[in-house]
Design a protein around this ligand. Structure first.
Ligand code: WQD
Length: 338
């Protein structure tokens, strides 16, 4: 059975990807520092697949621990999620982001090269595109000046990966996510935002659950069809399945270049107000929200051209915005016992 290391495998996208990997017949070992999740997620994974993945608690900034792990584990591939990912926090604390996101990647790659582990999937983000010149966005859209240290760490990480591929046998696929939302249909795993949620959908579900008094909509004066920002909201389970396709592509030596990039989105843009309306239609309850000032750093509109992933990975999303919102609401009710 081929063994895959999933760093950040107890996190939101990581845990859904572990489920998809196990269902595809891979053995999974997880490294996570539990800074933004809970060890209980392991039980959630096991409830879905019946397989308890091996878990190693580790801070990937600890170079010795990382090296010791690679000296005692034989791996067929790595999917690297572990990183700090809050845009706002990265503006307040850039050095935490540069240290965590870049040192972790570098120590992993040093060991990949040393141990000749060649199959590496990187969790990137549509944030690297900044404010796009045209829509939908293709993978060869220009990489703009990052609007946050978080986005910059993703851009720098992709450059580090490209250079390492040129200088070694490493083969990398970077997956640029658009906006992951929703939860596994079982409601055994989902997004566990600690503290006040930064992202739209967890804030919506917490408002609907009565945890937040109301939702602030950051601006309705943008040049869009209803004045609110447009994003490409992709069901996290669809996103997880794309990671299995990507690692299989590398392990079956189907890749055309040592370094490949794919956009992972639905190809459909939805505005903030449209998401709110869709949520209200699904739950049958009205959401309390107010329009407030724009949030600094927000791009007006961004959604994916999905043709490359469809053609090359033979992957496209299967679930709709409504499916994702319904699963997010089911998860919220499960964790709040409502
Ligand atoms: C979506 C829209 C907000 C909260 C970020 C990262 C991206 C990825 C996903 C990691 C925007 C509006 C939000 C709220 C609101 N993360 N909004 N009220 O900023 O598109 O992307 O998360 O990879 O890299 O940049 O996602 O959910 O924060 O915002 O009106 O309380 O919802 O203004 O238009 P974003 P988001």
């Amino acid at each position: 059975m081929q063994k895959i290391l999933v760093t950040g495998g107890l996190g939101y996208i990581g845990s859904h990807t572990v489920v998809a990997l196990q269902e595809a017949g891979f053995e999974v070992v997880i490294i996570d520092d539990l800074s933004n999740t809970d060890e209980q997620v392991l039980q959630g994974i096991q409830k879905i697949t019946g397989i308890l993945p091996r878990f190693v608690k580790m801070d990937l900034r600890n170079k010795t621990e990382v090296s010791d792990f690679f000296n005692s584990n034989t791996l067929d591939g790595i999917i690297h999620f572990a990183a700090s990912k809050a845009v706002g926090e990265s503006v307040e604390n850039p050095l935490l982001y540069y240290e965590n996101n870049l040192h972790s990647l570098i120590y992993l790659l040093q060991n990949c090269v040393k141990k000749q582990i060649t199959n590496f999937i990187f969790s990137s983000s549509c944030t690297v595109y900044g404010e796009p010149d045209y829509l939908p966005i293709t993978e060869n859209a220009p990489i703009k000046q990052a609007i946050s240290p978080y986005g910059n760490t993703k851009q720098i990480s992709e450059e580090i990966l490209k250079d390492t591929c040129r200088a070694s046998d490493l083969q990398v696929i970077s997956l640029r996510y658009f906006n992951p939302i929703g939860a596994h249909e079982s409601a055994e795993i989902g997004e566990l935002p600690k503290g006040v949620p930064q992202n739209l959908v967890p804030f919506i579900t917490q408002t609907a659950a009565g945890i937040r008094p109301s939702l602030s909509v950051y601006g309705d004066d943008y040049p869009t069809r209803d004045g609110s920002c447009i994003r490409d909201y992709i069901h996290v389970v669809d996103l997880a399945k794309a990671h299995v396709k990507a690692i299989q592509r590398l392990m079956n030596h189907e890749h055309q270049e040592p370094y490949e990039v794919f956009n992972l989105g639905t190809g459909k843009g939805s505005s903030v107000l449209e998401v709110i309306r869709a949520f209200e239609n699904i739950t049958g309850q009205s959401l309390k929200y107010q329009i407030v000032d724009r949030r600094p750093g927000d791009v007006v509109a961004v959604y994916a051209d999905t043709s490359k992933a469809a053609k090359v990975l033979q992957w496209k999303t299967e679930q709709t915005l409504e499916d994702a919102l319904a699963s997010a609401w089911k998860w919220e009710r499960r964790i709040r016992n409502i």
